[in-house]
Design a protein around this ligand. Structure first.
Ligand code: ZN
Length: 200
C-alpha cells in the first residue's frame, strides 16, 4: 500500500502560556485546564534509538501530577510513532497517546524489551473519582486513588452498585464539549470547572 498522509495541516495556536503546534493540542490544553490538570508543553526532549536509528524526540505534554507523558495525534498513532514513544518510555517514563479530542482512546507505551516496543493491552482513559475528585488517566478509566475497596470494585464489575462510568462523569463530558468549542480569540486560560464530590 502506498503511504498517504491523512493529517490536515496544523494551525499554530496561542493559548495560555504556550504557542501550540496545532489547534488540537491547544484544545487538549483547554480540556486539562477545565479539569484542573497541570501540564507542561514540550518541556522535555531527547534522543531515542529505534532499530539502530536515532531520532530527536519531544513528547507533546508532561502531566506533573499524573506522571505521564502525553502525545496528541489527529488520527491513530502509526507504528513509528509508537516505537519512538516506547524507546522514550524506557528511559523517561510512560507515554500515553490520545487521538482526536476523544479522551477515551488512550494507548500506553511502557518501554522496550530486547528492542521490542511494549504496548499496554488495555485502553487508557481519562477518569474522575467522584469521591476525592482526582482526575487521572488509567486503564479503562477505573480510579486508582484508593477511594474504593476491592469489594466495591467487585460489586461494580457485577453491576450491582455504583453503575457509574468514571470516564464519562458530567465534568469530563462538559470539559470535552467546552474544549471542542473553545474559540481561542484571547489566550486567557479556561477556568477550572467547579466540582463537588457526589459519592459518599
Ligand atoms: Zn478517589
Amino acid at each position: 500500500m502506498r503511504y498517504k498522509n491523512y493529517d490536515l495541516p496544523s494551525i499554530k495556536t496561542r493559548y495560555g502560556d504556550y504557542h501550540f503546534k496545532s489547534k488540537l493540542e491547544a484544545r487538549w490544553a483547554v480540556f486539562m485546564d477545565l479539569l484542573g490538570v497541570s501540564y507542561e508543553y514540550e518541556k522535555y526532549q531527547g534522543i531515542v534509538s529505534v532499530n539502530f536509528f536515532e531520532y530527536a524526540y519531544m513528547p507533546d505534554f508532561f502531566l506533573n501530577d499524573i506522571e505521564l507523558f502525553l502525545e496528541i495525534k489527529p488520527r491513530k498513532p502509526v507504528e513509528s510513532e509508537l516505537n519512538k514513544a516506547a524507546a522514550w518510555a524506557n528511559d523517561a517514563g510512560d507515554v500515553v497517546f490520545f487521538y482526536n479530542l476523544a479522551p477515551d482512546n488512550g494507548i500506553r507505551m511502557i518501554g522496550c524489551e530486547n528492542a521490542i516496543p511494549i504496548m499496554d493491552a488495555d485502553v487508557w482513559r481519562w477518569c474522575e473519582c467522584l469521591r476525592c475528585l482526582k482526575v487521572d488517566i488509567t486503564a479503562y478509566g477505573v480510579p486508582r486513588c484508593g477511594c474504593f475497596s476491592d469489594d466495591e470494585f467487585d460489586m461494580m464489575l457485577l453491576g450491582k452498585i455504583l453503575d457509574i462510568d468514571f470516564s464519562q462523569t458530567p465534568t469530563i463530558l462538559k470539559a470535552f464539549s467546552m474544549a471542542k468549542k473553545h474559540d481561542f480569540k484571547t489566550n486567557t486560560k479556561a477556568r477550572k470547572l467547579p466540582r463537588r464530590a457526589s459519592l459518599l
